[in-house]
Design a protein around this ligand. Structure first.
Ligand SMILES: Nc1nc2c(ncn2[C@@H]2O[C@H](COP(=O)(O)OP(=O)(O)OP(=O)(O)O)[C@@H](O)[C@H]2O)c(=O)[nH]1
Ligand SMILES: [Mg+2]
Length: 207
């Protein structure tokens, strides 16, 4: 849940990158972090990867972004990844506590379609565990690894991925490549904006 501090005038929202193992969640965060480093020089925030084995996330990656001020309020976004491997359910649940927005990073590899579906069902269950409905979070899909198309690696079409995961939800979605950066910033910008708007609306309605 977003933290709105009226005294300190800060609004903090939590965005979590979910999806099956090796779908590209950590690579998304690394791309965003490197882009910020390049365009804004030194950033005060650090990309923290806790408990990583090889390139597998065992706990989470974390990275805060300051978005500046709106109406005197300082806007802060916290980006997290979950470990995609099925066996890390309890860790995934911990990371999802208080989530406001989710990027579901689905793997476009033909061989990973069942893993996408299983992982999405796990997400619904993990949210339910925290008594959060899927409708309560702002959701964006990424159909990731589209760059592999050029290497003649068999991928599932965007249309089929939409049909598999997003036919009833009709959430915003982006074909992406976390490696080349295609739509990586677009995804985080879109979701940050939507999540922040939802949080501000909820806060104002309670005042
Ligand atoms: N070609 C290609 N490779 C990608 C892309 N995104 C990630 N990868 C590669 O896929 C592998 C796994 O990426 P990660 O970002 O570590 O995946 P993850 O989702 O964080 O995986 P877990 O932490 O195990 O859940 C790495 O070798 C990445 O370089 C992409 O868009 N295109
Ligand atoms: Mg990872």
């Amino acid at each position: 849940m977003a933290i709105v501090n009226l005294k300190e005038k800060t609004i903090q929202v939590k965005i979590v990158y979910c999806g099956p193992g090796r779908s590209g969640k950590t690579t998304n965060l690394e791309y965003i972090y490197n882009w910020l480093l390049k365009t804004q020089g030194q950033t005060t925030s650090k990309l923290t990867s806790i408990n990583t084995k090889g390139d597998r996330t065992l706990f989470f990656d974390f990275f805060p972004i300051n978005l500046g001020k709106i109406a005197g309020f300082e806007l802060k976004i916290q980006l997290y990844t979950t470990p995609g491997q099925v066996k890390y359910e309890s860790t995934r649940r911990l990371v999802l506590k208080g989530v406001d927005g989710v990027v579901f990073v689905a793997d476009s590899l033909l061989s990973r379609q069942e893993a996408n579906i299983e992982s999405f069902q796990n997400l619904i269950d993990d949210l339910e565990y925290h008594q959060i409905n899927l409708d309560d979070v702002i959701l964006t899909f990424q159909w990731n690894k589209r760059d592999l198309d050029e290497n003649m690696i068999p991928l599932t079409s965007v249309e089929d991925m939409e049909a598999q995961l997003n036919s009833t939800l009709k959430a915003q979605s982006f074909p992406s490549s976390a490696i080349t950066g295609m739509n990586v910033l677009k995804t985080v910008r879109h979701l940050s904006k939507k999540t922040m708007e939802a949080v501000i609306e909820k806060t104002v309605s309670k005042l």
